[in-house]
Design a protein around this ligand. Structure first.
Ligand code: SAH
Length: 390
């Protein structure tokens, strides 16, 4: 096995358990490892650090899989790891639908597996994990006897690893429009063409958090995607619900979901650019009891973080202006570069600009099937806030 030696001064990140080793942190490599190969990592004075996969094409040269010298990285390793992930999800109460594997937070860097009942959607976002796809599929088959496994590797980040974007079946073909249950409701999940893996499981607990505030309320939801928050609002007793999304496909799916739950007399969905429409409605003086915002990540790179901050402030300012005094703003951010403190500061700035006083009802993260590892910033990515707006 090839060996990678770190520089004398190791970053505290690596010492404290973070699995990434950047190429500028490496002193020398012994052997001639090819991309995707498992290597051993040592300190400059030859103390064992861990084993991980290497990709000389990537800025992140090695991603560690294990800190144990005895552990072999083979087919059995992936079976054991995935089994542990499943045991953990069962333990914390996520069985039907869950993020079964959440990459780095589950010691399986760059591997995402979402479980939708008997169907599994996989993303292998780095070369060193992509090469283990057959072992991962085999492990899923052995553990779950799935009705279907699908690969959603149609994501640009794979190109940084020299991998093609692709999607398709990893099992016998199946109907990729499936139905899942969540909080007593049913939702279509479009595994093949939906966003990301088809459905945002990370908000599954947060959707329950609106239960009381939407009762008897007129609710506006922007960035609705397949209408999940909005349909929950109707289910929890909202008087009227309007959901907006810029994608006509998303709106069509949201309407189908409302019908599926027989809530289509309460929920209405429209195709619209939320930035424009919320501004316009603010000017017109429209008012809602509850406004819900769940925009996409506004940036993925540190260079454009200011753009994200401006975007979040703007949309929250516009949303807040539409809330009746005493009503509620339900607002999310999934940009991991905007940390929880910064997000709260942005909402505070928006409130000041809107000349509204707010008080925090609840502040949450993603559902617990996406574990957070302290010190691994990108594992704590979702912020979910409810404030009352005076
Ligand atoms: N709330 C959803 C997830 C939202 S994902 C859920 O819980 O499942 C973000 C959505 O915002 C996407 O569906 C995307 O189409 C939509 N979107 C992006 N830009 C938009 C804009 N300017 N106006 C309205 N919708 C937008």
């Amino acid at each position: 096995m090839s060996k990678v030696y770190l520089k004398r001064k190791i970053s505290p990140r690596v010492v404290n358990g973070h699995p990434w080793i950047f190429n500028n942190e490496v002193e020398k490599t012994e052997g001639d490892p090819v991309g995707g190969e498992v290597v051993e990592v040592f300190t400059h004075d030859k103390k064992f650090v861990g084993k991980g996969y290497i990709n000389p094409k990537s800025q992140i040269l090695v991603r560690l899989l294990t800190r144990s010298k005895a552990e072999e990285i083979n087919e059995q390793y992936f079976f054991d790891q995935i089994r542990k992930c499943w045991e953990y999800r069962k333990k914390i109460g996520y069985t039907e639908n869950c993020r079964l594997v959440f990459g780095e937070a589950d010691s399986l860097p760059q591997l995402i597996i979402d479980k939708f009942n008997d169907y599994f959607v996989i993303q292998t976002l780095a070369l060193g994990i992509d090469v283990w796809k057959p072992a991962i599929v085999k492990a899923l088959e052995a553990l779950f006897q799935p009705k279907g496994i699908y690969e959603r590797n149609d994501v640009p980040v794979r190109e940084l690893e020299g991998l093609p974007q692709q999607k398709g079946f990893l099992s016998a073909p199946f109907d990729t429009q499936i139905i899942i249950n969540e909080n007593g409701l049913k939702f279509y999940v479009d595994i093949e063409n939906g966003q990301k893996t088809g459905y945002f499981l990370d908000q599954q607990d947060n959707r329950r958090a609106i239960q009381h505030i939407v009762r008897e309320a007129d609710v506006l939801g922007a960035f609705t995607y397949t209408g999940t928050f909005e349909i929950h609002a109707a289910h929890y007793g909202a008087k009227s619900v309007l959901g907006l999304d810029i994608s006509a496909n998303a709106v069509a799916q949201a309407n189908r979901n409302a019908e599926l739950n027989r809530l289509d007399s309460i929920c209405r969905f429209e195709t619209a650019n939320a930035f424009d429409v919320l501004k316009q409605w603010g000017k017109e003086g429209r008012q809602y009891d509850v406004v819900m915002l769940d925009p996409p990540a506004f940036t993925k790179s540190r260079e454009t973080i200011q753009k994200a901050i401006t975007g979040y402030k703007e949309i929250n300012l516009r949303g807040m202006k539409l809330v009746k005094p005493g009503g509620f703003l339900v607002t999310s951010s999934c940009t991991n570069l905007v940390n929880p403190d910064l997000f709260l500061q942005i909402i505070d700035m928006a409130a000041k600009d809107a000349r509204r006083r707010i008080r925090q009802v609840t502040f949450q993260a993603q559902a617990s099937d996406h574990p957070i590892i302290w010190g691994m910033d990108n594992t704590q990515y979702l912020k979910f806030l409810i404030v009352q707006v005076q």
